[in-house]
Design a protein around this ligand. Sequence first.
Ligand SMILES: [Fe+2]
Length: 354
Amino acid sequence: MVPYCIGQFVNDYIALTKPRITWLILMSTGVGYFFGARNGWHWLTLLHTIVGTGLIASGTAALNQWYEREADAKLAFESTLVERANWKLVMENARECYHCAVRHPELALTFPVKGRRSVQFADASGVDAFRVRMAAFGLPIGPVEGDWWQAMRFPVNDGTITLSMDGRPACTKLLCDIAQGDIGTMRWALEPHSFIHATCDTVFMFSAMPTGPEETVVTSKWLVHKDAVEGVDYTIDGLTELWTKTNLQDLDLCENNQAGVNSRGYVPGPYCEETEQLVMRFADWYCATARDYLDHASDQARLAPARRRLAGLAVTDQITEVHHLVRHRVLHGEVASREELAEVQAVVRHATRW
Ligand SMILES: [Fe+2]
């Protein structure tokens, strides 16, 4: 065991005060005092202000960490993938799972990919039994949702307790040890760019951000218990293998989809109401947000061309139209008017809160 010396003891207390954050706060306070002092500034007043602010900021930081000591997790790993596909294709792929059974064999070991309705992710009788079992632990399973979010807990496959390569925890220090960790997965999604799975041992976070007409950056994060130690409680490979494989399989799907969309024979098809409910929900929210922006924009004249283009289209076609315009304007040199392109991009940017 490594001896715990007095120097480390002091360093731990200093770390609790979040000195770098406190330093930024003091810098802002000092500059604010200098410019805000109406009757001139004085060294002694400045000193009191700085010391007082520093004590409050560092004390608050320490109190915050004490209060959240049980709830905190730590970021074990983060990865970034660049997918050569339009963001809409990436997000639609992330919002449905009827491709999972055939394209994600590793995920299918633990993830209930056979559920026909994507909002249930499992057969109804299984969900009902799971609901009763979780209720005994005080864990509601939902689903609950708002316009731009949805959350639910659902069971993983029989014989497994978490989403990993073998169904066993990839981190032995559990985030939640209720029922020995057999609590399914808590999934929530935020429009327009992310979904998260929280199981007993790991929180996996996925987000997709558009960086070009045919380029999307996918960021993945793995969180584990704040006290988990790499090499002791988990390994990076063991922790990340399942979702890394899944991400790469999805990358392949999305890039193939993009090639299909670009082909001369491509014709947009309807969504399947049985298996693509979350996709439709995503597209409807996106279009409604864009439409709301157009309806309430302060400068109606500036956005009029984009508004005219979207008017009259079915809701689920509007998102296709916006991305189609941006993609072709940029890629094929069809920029009739840079202002026109800027208007469409403004709609997209606002809707996606870039
Ligand atoms: Fe997938």
